[in-house]
Design a protein around this ligand. Sequence first.
Ligand code: NAD
Length: 281
Amino acid sequence: MTDDQVRSAPDRHPGFPAPSDLHAGRTYLVTGAARGIGRATAEVLLTHGATVAIADVDEEAITTTAREIEAMPVVLDVTSRESWEQARDVLTREFGPRLAGLVNNAGITRDKTLSKMDDTMWDSVLDTHLRGTWLGCQVMRPLIAAPSVEDRAGQSTVVTDAYGRPAGGAIVNTSSSGRHGSYGQTNYSAAKAGIVGLTKTIALEFARFGIRANCVSPGPVETDMTAGVPDEVKATWLDSLMLSRMGLPHEIGTATAFLLSPAASYITAQVLDVNGGEWHP
Ligand code: NAD
C-alpha cells in the first residue's frame, strides 16, 4: 500500500479502518447491502482490497449503492430459493465458482406485542432472517467450500491452507444483541436466536469443507432500521450500554471483515458481540 493510496482513501467516519491488502484477491457476497450495516460492511471489505458483490431485494437502491461504492449489484430476495440460485449462477459466471465469504445481513422488523402480532408479521421476519440465512448457507456452500484439483490420473485432492486444512471461505451471519428479550419483537428475537443455533450447526457441518461460520451480534446501530425509534426508547438502550452510544454501521462491518479474514483462521462457531458493552445494573 503506497502513501498515495492511503491518502486517496475515501473520507468516511473518523475511525473508519485505514486501507490494507488484507482481503486482496478475495471475493465476497454481502446481502441486505443497499444501505446500513450491509453497505458499510461492503465498504470496509472494499477498503481492504476485496472484490464485493452486494445483494438486496431493493433493486433501485442496490444499483445506486453499487455505483457509489464500486461493487457489483445483485438483485436478491433472500426468502426465495430460486432467487438465491439465480444469484449463485450470476456469481459463478462473473467470478468462477469461488467465494471467499458470505455475509448474511439482510433484515427487517415488524414489531408488535405478542397478542397483536399477526401471522404475516411473524412469517415475514422469520422468513427474511432465519430462512434467508439458512438458504444462503445451503445454496452458496459449493462456492465457499475448499476447491479441489484433479491430477493427471483423475484423482482429486482438496486444496489446503498453510496448516494443511481444507482452504475454504467463511460465513458471517447476523444475529442481534438483547439477551434480556426485546419488547414487541417476539418474531425478531426468535429469528436472531435461531441464527445463533443455525450458525453453530453450520460451523460443525461445514468444517470438513474448510468453511468457518460465525455470528456477529450488533447492539443498537444508527441505520434506517432504528431511525424511527423514539428518543425515549433509544435512551433506555443507551442506559444499558457501557459506552452509552449507538454503534456506527462500519463498526459492525469491521468486526465482520475480521471474522471473514485469514486473521480469524482458527475462529469458528462463535458469536462476536459488537454492542458497546451491554450490561444491566
Ligand atoms: P437496514 O434496514 O438499514 O438495511 C437492511 C437491508 O436489508 C435493506 O437494504 C433491505 O432492503 C434489505 N432486505 C430486507 N429484506 C430483504 C430480502 N428479503 N432480501 C434481500 N434484502 C432484503 O438494516 P440494518 O440496520 O443495516 O440491519 C442489517 C442487519 O443487522 C439486519 O439483519 C438487522 O436485523 C441486524 N441488526 C441491526 C441492528 C441495528 O440496530 N440497526 C442491531 C442488531 C442487528
